[in-house]
Design a protein around this ligand. Structure first.
Ligand SMILES: [Zn+2]
Length: 197
């Protein structure tokens, strides 16, 4: 299962198979409702144009941060400010709960609505930056996909968001390209006329 922020970045949908089909899922209330349900967050109703705009800006901030991290460059302060703005517009109260000597840090939002959702997304991505290894963030090598993921492999070698989907597709593409090159360049193929210089 994907984390809240991972699913959020996937709202900028593009067909990884290369048809060129793209979809802005943040404009689709159905998608938003489903996304929040999966992550056990209340759906605040269809967002206003301003709220959608803020979500799109937040997505851009996160994406820019990821892009910098994948090439080991310093993160632009503007993008961190964007994350912090989203966090401050949906403040939460922290409290520690205990049951049978197990402690848990619970959060209660002070606001409902889309500002709270934006804060949850920023917090979800913030936890990755602070608690995990940001240098493991990757962008899928399939140019038609470019999905963001967290590389959990031991040798940090994961090149595709999904080996069976993008990984296989790229393998097939490379194979076809090699085949084409061999056909046009090799004299062994009876269909292609031999070129003698
Ligand atoms: Zn991919």
């Amino acid at each position: 299962m994907f984390l809240l922020w991972e699913d959020f970045l996937r709202s900028d949908y593009r067909d990884w198979r290369g048809s060129g089909h793209t979809e802005e899922l943040l404009d689709k209330p159905d998608w938003l409702e489903q996304w929040l349900t999966v992550h056990s967050l209340p759906y605040p109703g269809a967002p206003t144009a301003k709220e959608v705009n803020e979500l799109k800006q937040l997505r851009e901030h996160i994406l820019h941060i990821v892009q910098k991290l994948t090439v080991s460059e310093a993160v632009d302060p503007i993008n961190l400010e964007g994350l912090n703005r989203a966090l401050s517009s949906g403040p939460m109260i922290l409290h520690i709960a205990e049951s049978n000597s197990d402690f848990r840090l619970d959060t209660t939002p002070l606001q409902t609505g889309w500002s709270r959702i934006g804060a949850e997304v920023a917090a979800s991505f913030g936890r990755l930056l602070t608690d995990c290894e940001p240098s493991r963030l990757r962008i899928c090598d399939n140019p038609d996909c470019r999905a963001v993921y967290y590389d959990e492999t031991r040798n940090r070698s994961k090149r595709f968001c999904d080996e069976r989907a993008c990984g296989n597709l790229m393998k097939v593409r490379r194979f076809r390209a090699r085949q084409k090159a061999a056909e046009s360049g090799g004299p062994s193929n009876p269909d292609s006329p031999e070129i003698t210089v």
